[in-house]
Design a protein around this ligand. Sequence first.
Ligand code: URA
Length: 191
Amino acid sequence: MTKPSIPLSELQAEVQACHRCPLADGRTQTVFGVGNPDARVLIVGEAPGKNEDLQGEPFVGAAGKYLDQLLAVAGLTREDVYIANVLKCRPPGNRDPRPEEIEECTPYLREQTRTISPEVIVTLGNFATKFILKTEVGITRLHGVAKQAGRFKVFPVYHPAAALYDPKKREALEEDFAHLGALLGTVPRAE
Ligand code: URA
């Protein structure tokens, strides 16, 4: 028998009370995730930054504005998707997530994924892609190609923050989001 999924409100309360790792000591608040609980698409980022820690929502800074533009390329809005991160608390100085933090925090992401049950998981950058696909292969090789992982299609793309000042990555991201739209049928397929 399959395990019943945990309601998002219950998971969020667990995350808010979480002290499984020392990131809890430095946070203003946890950043659980936002969006449509019935979304076809789950977007997974890395970890909250300064603005997200202050506002309690993922992708509210410059990378978030760019993410909104990328979603539009795929014919999507924030209301269509659910957005969450690998880590629910901000690492100090926006340093990379540590393996032990990922290990402690990702049971929450796993449960969020089970509850939302999306068709497609879009992984932004190396940390989300490595965790979801259980791979050591880097994003440069994986981006833009959908892979089946259990019940989900996983679609890795560059992290929008890494592309902000890198025109080549921006071009790749925009092409990949157009491809995502075609995959979902939310934008017409290019001839
Ligand atoms: N970068 C991320 O990976 N997640 C956020 O929520 C913000 C920036």
